[in-house]
Design a protein around this ligand. Structure first.
Ligand code: ADP
Ligand code: ADP
Length: 237
């Protein structure tokens, strides 16, 4: 079953100065991501990867083409439907984007507070999430007291809080050393395998794709220049 479908999507940004040209960040991209898969998008800086992610979580509207999640066009959603979509998509970031003034538990609780869950439910859910990411003992710590790997685990727990079907990862291991990267990738595999969550990762690192993804999409200049099973694409001459 296709969970995420981009059909002939183009995203053009207007010229930023009088003398510059408009930027075509994403150029006629079509992409199908099946429920339950881990799909990686790889490409150099400026290839259009982040724009694809922002189109998938409806932070951006395509200039043309359609973006569907679970068969539903998300480019025409109203405010209320958008909020529900956001609960269905978790996101993690290169710089973790944690709230420094909140404890680990407070960070993980945040999306549940926004969703107006009861205090009892939040407490149970946060404990369960911290257990899952191996940080049960760190609930009361602040981000500055954590290692990079631990911070990303908090980011993952927060992203999973509302039980999304989809997790988007934006260069999620690029700020981590190789050993920590492997630990975080292992956790992401567990998120996929044990929770059945579909994962879309964007990265410029081949190793991340090799270790994590089932399928890879190669982007360059806003276009998809190659896609397929990781083994086939990355072993091609
Ligand atoms: P990547 O994530 O692969 O580095 P991006 O999607 O961030 O690529 O960017 C693709 C292109 O679109 C780049 O040329 C970038 O400068 C441009 N771009 C991205 N966002 C904006 C924006 N908000 N306004 C103008 N240009 C943008
Ligand atoms: P990253 O690769 O981590 O996404 P970027 O520098 O590509 O970092 O983008 C950071 C932010 O700046 C994004 O929100 C993007 O939309 C915006 N941005 C990127 N390129 C441009 C640009 N040429 N003009 C205006 N905004 C841009």
């Amino acid at each position: 079953m296709t969970l995420i479908r981009l059909t002939d999507v183009t995203k053009r940004y207007p010229a930023t100065t009088k003398d510059s040209d408009p930027v075509v960040a994403v150029d006629a991209v079509s992409l199908d991501i099946a429920a339950g898969e881990i799909c990686g998008i790889i490409g150099y800086s400026g290839a259009g990867k982040s724009t694809v992610l922002r189109l998938v979580n409806a932070l951006e509207q395509p200039t043309s083409g359609s973006v569907e999640i679970g068969g539903r066009d998300i480019t025409t959603l109203r405010e209320k439907e958008l909020r529900s979509l956001r609960g269905d998509i978790g996101m993690i970031f290169q710089q973790f984007n944690l709230f420094d003034s909140r404890t680990v538990a407070g960070n993980v609780a945040y999306p549940l507070e926004v969703a107006r869950r009861s205090r009892a439910e939040i407490k149970t859910r946060v404990a369960e999430l911290l257990e899952f990411v191996g940080l049960a003992g760190k609930a009361g710590n602040y981000p500055e007291q954590l290692s990079g790997g631990q911070k990303q685990r908090v980011g993952i727990a927060r992203a999973l809080a509302t039980s999304p079907r989809i997790l988007l990862a934006d260069e999620a291991t690029s700020a981590l050393d190789p050993d920590t990267t492997q630990e975080v990738l292992e956790l992401l595999r567990r998120v996929n395998r044990d929770l059945g969550i579909t994962i879309l990762v964007i990265t410029h690192e081949m190793d991340v794709i090799r270790t994590l993804a089932d399928r890879v999409v190669v982007m360059e200049g806003g276009r998809v220049i190659e896609s397929g099973a990781v083994f086939d694409v990355l072993s091609a001459p």
